[in-house]
Design a protein around this ligand. Structure first.
Ligand code: PEP
Ligand code: MN
Length: 264
């Protein structure tokens, strides 16, 4: 059985593309981005309000104000929204505004957060820890399930390796492995996996061809001015192109799905 978020079902018959900015920055930025990605075919909206950043001097997100703006953009476009929750104490606030809770790479092993997020009853997007094995990720998913919440979607977002040419190393084989191991839907985040705009479409195509359940992509109305992750963020035109690029793989996707994973 799949994981429902509003009218959508991950692990069902649809390939679900989630798109939106790395962070919610302003009313205009999130509303315009939401409208444009919806028109291009995205089915869900992303946008960070609480941002885990490598540097304490970098933009930390708009917090509660960002959550409200994201929820409004979701209502106005009809797209369910997903946003990151960074600590157990934030779960109630984030769950009030978001249709799905994102647990980020840096938090995958935070048991207090996994437990609190599970208790919210909201579907959870669990991102792979940057140094986590496939088995460790499956364990984190089990921890959420054991706390009474089976509505989990996993996300491969690249891992740390000796390779420095890309921001992370996209472990594409983790997709079918995790689908089989956990029976859960698995999506791919080519933005954080590569950290390079030009590589996002090729990795997105690979994700469709390997029968992932969806994608999460960073898109911004003015990517060069994005306050975070600018170099890996697509413009609206580039996102439209990506949606066209993955189209020919849709048939392969439908065929592959018949052979994979307990979740379908
Ligand atoms: C994000 O998706 O906003 C994010 C911070 O990604 P990750 O947790 O995978 O680094
Ligand atoms: Mn980002």
């Amino acid at each position: 059985m799949g994981v429902r978020v509003g009218k959508l079902e991950f692990g069902g018959t649809d390939f679900i593309v989630i798109a939106g900015p790395c962070a919610v920055e302003s009313e205009r930025q999130i509303l315009e981005t939401a409208e444009a990605v919806a028109e291009a075919g995205a089915k869900m909206l992303r946008g960070g309000a609480f941002k885990p950043r490598t540097s304490p001097y970098a933009f930390q997100g708009l917090g509660a104000e960002g959550l409200k703006l994201l929820a409004r953009a979701g209502r106005e476009t009809g797209l369910p929204v997903v946003t990151e929750v960074m600590s157990d104490t934030q779960v109630d606030l984030v769950a009030e505004h978001a249709d799905m809770l994102q647990i980020g790479s840096r938090s995958m092993g935070n048991e207090a957060l996994l437990t609190a997020a599970a208790a919210s009853g909201r579907p959870i997007l669990l991102k792979r820890g940057m140094s986590a094995t496939v088995e460790e990720m499956a364990e984190a998913a089990r921890a959420i399930r054991q706390n009474g919440n089976p509505r989990i979607v996993l996300c491969e977002r690249g891992i740390r390796t000796f390779e420095t040419a890309t921001r992370n190393t996209c472990d594409i084989v983790a997709v079918p492995l995790l689908q089989r191991l956990t029976g859960l839907p698995v999506i791919v985040d080519p933005s954080h996996a590569t950290g390079i705009r030009d590589l996002i479409s090729p990795v997105a195509r690979a994700a469709v061809a390997i029968a992932a359940d969806g994608l999460i992509i960073e898109v911004h109305i003015d990517p060069d001015r994005a306050l975070s992750d600018s170099v890996q963020t697509l413009s609206i035109a580039q996102f439209r192109e990506l949606m066209r690029d993955i189209e020919p793989f849709a048939e392969i996707w439908s065929e592959r799905r018949k052979g994979v994973c307990a979740c379908v």
